[in-house]
Design a protein around this ligand. Sequence first.
Ligand SMILES: NC(=O)c1ccc[n+]([C@@H]2O[C@H](COP(=O)([O-])OP(=O)(O)OC[C@H]3O[C@@H](n4cnc5c(N)ncnc54)[C@H](OP(=O)(O)O)[C@@H]3O)[C@@H](O)[C@H]2O)c1
Length: 325
Amino acid sequence: MRAAVAASQNFDDPLSCLVVQDVPEPEARPGWVRVRVVASSINPHDLWTLRGVGHPADRIPIILGCDAAGYTDDGRAVLVHPVIASADRGSGDPTMDPQRALLSEMHNGGFAEYVLVPETSLVPKPDFLSFEEAAALPVAWGTAYRMLFSRAGLQAGDRVLVQGATGGVASAAIALARAAGAVVYATTRDASKFDFARECGAHEVFLSGARLPERVDIVVETVGEATWSHSLKALRPGGTVVICGATSGPNANADLNRVFYQQLSIIGSTGCTVTELRGLLRLMQTAGLRPKIEQTVSLENIRDGFELLLAGANRGKIAVKVSEA
Ligand SMILES: NC(=O)c1ccc[n+]([C@@H]2O[C@H](COP(=O)([O-])OP(=O)(O)OC[C@H]3O[C@@H](n4cnc5c(N)ncnc54)[C@H](OP(=O)(O)O)[C@@H]3O)[C@@H](O)[C@H]2O)c1
């Protein structure tokens, strides 16, 4: 079968390590099922793997792709919950399992004609979503759902700031927070992206770092260094910043005086549970939400999608069409 593989790692030139090649098909084993992949989506995680960040060299080569939607061998249309973990080891929450692995970290990922996943990772694909839309959800939208509802405890009427509005997680957070009855502010580096953020559901959009009309209850952070200081300043006393990523760098000024004096909460968040993924799908169906897909690329031309993500030029998600539905 064809697959997009991280064949090596290079921090400065990650795409030089990306190879589309023939690999052996996976074979089902007890507790694991084979999914014929119809669609996947590209995440920054795939770039981190190619750069050698958070993925040890001894796990190369590996098939990339954290997301997948397709058909099981017995004909079920599914999407794949990508956190392969044990709830027991995580004290009831598999995302807290110290040995958890996102698809493509320990096990071959979804940029392939077939992917092998635990039976417990399968979630029925709802009819209201195409396979490309379904494959855009588990990592980006699942993470945004957990950040807002499970970690930051969003309530209707809360004021939410979403930094880096046009990213996969950020655009999902805007839509979900709006659907949950929040007042949503968003920032982006580029004024030409304001309309996109409004289409996602933002009430008002600002350039990164701009003063907001009011302090907010929750900030959704994925950008890191470039926006961290603004995120802390934007919070009301007692507010919460919830962070799942640091695209622009991890070493922001902690501003500890502000954290204790304003009694701020800083909450990390990673992935989502199967239960949260199912909740996300129900919320999207009842609220009429769908992910915005900037571009769909074929598996053979997956490099085009990576280049868009690398340039920070994506608005929402980049889907990968692997086979016909
Ligand atoms: N912990 C988890 O489970 C988890 C899950 C998903 C993602 N993540 C992480 O979260 C981050 C965002 O993921 P994503 O899928 O939303 O990525 P993405 O689609 O590439 O979005 C990143 C966004 O950050 C904004 N940004 C602002 N300043 C930036 C800068 N200096 N450099 C680059 N981007 C900048 C951009 O928005 P504007 O152009 O609008 O400013 C960009 O669209 C990544 O680091 C990813 O690894 C973590």
